[in-house]
Design a binder for this molecule. Structure first.
Ligand SMILES: C[C@H](O)[C@H](O)[C@H]1CNC2=NC(N)=NC(=O)C2=N1
Length: 97
């Protein structure tokens, strides 16, 4: 079971993630894909990884703009699982899905 990270730990992780901000007990990032099919391909990749991890993001899809929100509901905060999933989303977004 992942434990909630401290403010310092979260701050350190944020320095090596791209485009993520902390919003209380969540991490948020907006990804703008080149077009709608690319946005859906990114969502598809993230969904497959989330299932493997048994850790699921909130995703808001607006045409080719994706808003991701990560939090570990069972812990009521941000854990290593959110950091891992954020890093995966960064890689997938950079690769364009
Ligand atoms: C029973 C199962 O392990 C839980 O419901 C999982 C599923 N996915 C999850 N996703 C997220 N983001 N937080 C959780 O606490 C969580 N819990």
């Amino acid at each position: 079971m992942a434990r909630r990270l401290s403010d310092n730990e979260i701050g350190r992780h944020l320095t090596r993630l791209s485009g993520w901000t902390r919003d209380g007990d969540s991490l948020r990032r907006t990804v703008e894909a080149r077009d709608f099919p690319t946005a859906i391909a990114i969502v598809d990749d993230v969904a497959a990884e989330a299932e493997k991890m048994n850790h699921h993001p909130d995703i808001d899809i607006r045409w080719r703009t994706l808003h991701f929100t990560l939090s570990t509901h069972s812990e009521g905060g941000i854990t290593e699982l959110d950091i891992q999933l954020a890093a995966f989303i960064d890689e997938t977004a950079a690769a364009g899905g």
